[in-house]
Design a protein around this ligand. Structure first.
Ligand code: MRU
Length: 353
């Protein structure tokens, strides 16, 4: 991604630190944060300095590599195990986090500490590179679905910031724009953390793509009036039967699209598929702090401030994700092709490897 004329990735390793674009401050400030230890990096995932499935996965891979650097030679196995356990607890839903931890552990298995550390660093870098490449391919393949003049709905942020580069749901839109097609994007604000209003809107602005932010409960209005030609979202985990777990609010958009004949696509790299989860109901859904619902946060001109909107005595519930059953999904755009959201479609991917 190009920000202020410079190419950035969302997460990278430099000067002994995991660096990441600080997503707390966007769109008001552009700042890069650095983390020296695996615990700091994992805490940055938990605190959502970095968020979005692919970016979380890359950060987790680098955190694992940091864990191996930190583990002393004489307690290497124990040190690695402790790091892996700590990183796996950073967030529960995004499959890429678990995928990255396992890949780095696998690369280091049966090696002595210096070899294991070198293999871990290489693997973490490969995870990040593969994520950026996969997202670029998703863009190229997905752009074929977009006709000039399309008005496209999206939910949450599945753009560059949610991955290492390019994004999943937004990548086809960026590719279509570069092919000279005219596109307009309806951006769901995505309460409670407003990833749509803050992050997706900012990204689209950087790319010069016309868009409008809408309250989450306004999407149905535009879908029913025929003002959306297609809908594309990302995914945090895709189950073996094609059910899609994505940001809370995705399910209702998919149902509304089906009801109104609007094609609803999911874009995700194959690293997001969890074949061990037979269906969406077996995916752990993160329950987040209720204060995110009871309050609003935003920029007061100097800093991020939180203001209470609900009565002091009110309680809330705050699921971070929901399950969209496969039958509502027109297709899953992966780096290896656009597949059917079904057991058959997902199993077919295995044959393509
Ligand atoms: O809670 P977040 O911001 O980490 O949520 C993840 C997401 O960004 C979305 O669910 C997204 O649509 C899929 S991940 C690219």
């Amino acid at each position: 991604m190009i920000v202020n004329g410079k190419h950035y990735r969302t997460v990278w390793f430099e000067d002994g630190m995991v660096k990441m674009i600080n997503q707390h401050l966007i769109p008001h400030r552009f700042d890069v944060a650095g983390f020296r230890t695996y615990r700091e990096t994992a805490d940055a995932i938990t605190d959502m300095v970095v968020r979005g499935a692919g970016a979380i996965g890359a950060a987790a891979g680098y955190a694992m590599a940091q864990g191996m650097l930190e583990a002393p030679d004489d307690m290497f196995k124990e040190g690695i195990r402790e790091a892996a356990e700590y990183i796996r607890k950073a967030r529960p839903t995004a499959q890429d986090l678990f995928y990255a931890v396992e890949l780095v552990l696998d690369a280091a298995r049966e090696k002595n500490p210096p070899e294991a550390r070198a293999a871990a660093a290489r693997t973490a870098e490969t995870i990040a590179n593969d994520n950026a490449e996969a997202c670029k391919s998703i863009g190229v393949l997905g752009a074929d679905l977009i006709k000039s003049g399309y008005r496209i709905g999206t939910h949450c942020n599945a753009g560059w910031l949610a991955f290492v580069d390019w994004g999943s749901a937004l990548s086809p839109i960026y590719a279509a724009k570069r092919q000279g097609k005219e596109v307009f994007v309806w951006v769901d604000e995505t309460r409670p953390r407003c990833q749509g209003a803050r992050l997706t809107a900012w990204e689209l602005g950087q790319e010069g793509i016309p868009h409008a932010i809408i309250a989450d409960n306004a999407a149905g209005h535009y879908i029913r009036r025929g003002e959306m030609d297609m809908f594309i979202v990302g995914a945090d985990r895709i189950a073996a039967n094609g059910d899609v777990v994505n940001k809370i609010g995705t399910y209702e958009k998919a149902v509304l699209c089906k009801e109104n004949g609007v094609p609803f696509y999911v874009a995700a790299p194959t690293s997001t598929i969890d074949r061990k989860c037979p269906d969406g109901d077996s995916v752990p859904i993160e329950e987040r702090d209720c204060d995110e619902v009871l309050s609003m946060f935003g920029w007061d001109g100097h800093r991020m401030e939180t203001v209470r909107i609900a009565p002091q005595e009110s309680q809330a519930r705050n699921p971070g994700f929901d399950v969209t059953p496969a039958r509502y999904v027109k297709g899953i755009i992966t780096e290896r092709g656009i597949i059917e959201a079904s057991e058959k479609g997902i199993a077919g991917l295995q044959e393509k490897t």
